[in-house]
Write a new protein. Sequence first.
Length: 228
Amino acid sequence: RIVLEVENVRKVYGSKGTSFTAIDDVSLTVRHGQIMCVVGPSGAGKTTLLKCIAGLLNTTSGRVVVDDVVVTSPPPTLAMVFQDYQSSLLPWMRVEANVAQPLIARGMKKRDALATARETLEAVGLAGAERKYPWQLSGGMQQRVAIARGLAYKPEVLLMDEPFAAVDAQTRMELEDLVLSLRARFDITILLVTHDIDEAVYLADQVVVLSKAPTTVVDLVSIPFGQE
Ligand code: ADP
Ligand code: ADP
């Protein structure tokens, strides 16, 4: 089942005279349960592509389809995690409230939202940190909170923009393994932008290379899972 389709998407910033084409004719397809990584040099348009998929930017032409619905505003079945975990967490709220808050905003009762938040925190390895404040946690743990915040409302698709660029190498490896375990546990589809080719190869079923040349999609899956 295809959950995400990007069809001939083009994004031009600015207007006549000062216009700049950030991405030009990008197409890709992601199936349920897959991890697709987007790599490419700085300025290649990776963040622009993610924002178009997330419904945070309008495409100039082409379209994005998530769960059979053409994206015109942020899809309810999609969550996004950013590199800058600090600005995605509210410092005056306890960890559990940070995770519960988007659920409450979607109409869930506070009690149920907190219960779901605690479950999700346990899933990302943060049992015991529920009552702490974000600033009492390490960078890697804060990024886990940001991931839990995205996962709590059970999205179909998780978009991650350079999620581990701001943490040390050891923490990055732990978080990469966390991503693989979350994919299985939450049965989600993940699109992850990274600078790190090793990370892309380690995590991805498919890698998209954005560069000056036409966009290419490389399929890394040649051996069906579990049959090596
Ligand atoms: P990447 O994430 O691969 O580094 P971006 O998507 O951030 O690339 O940016 C792609 C190009 O678009 C860059 O050249 C950048 O300067 C330009 N760009 C990004 N945002 C804007 C904007 N709001 N207005 C004009 N140009 C932009
Ligand atoms: P095995 O189970 O065969 O020992 P691993 O899964 O531990 O293999 O590692 C396979 C390869 O992936 C190794 O080259 C290792 O360095 C690399 N690797 C392991 N964990 C990570 C990680 N979290 N991020 C990036 N590379 C990793």
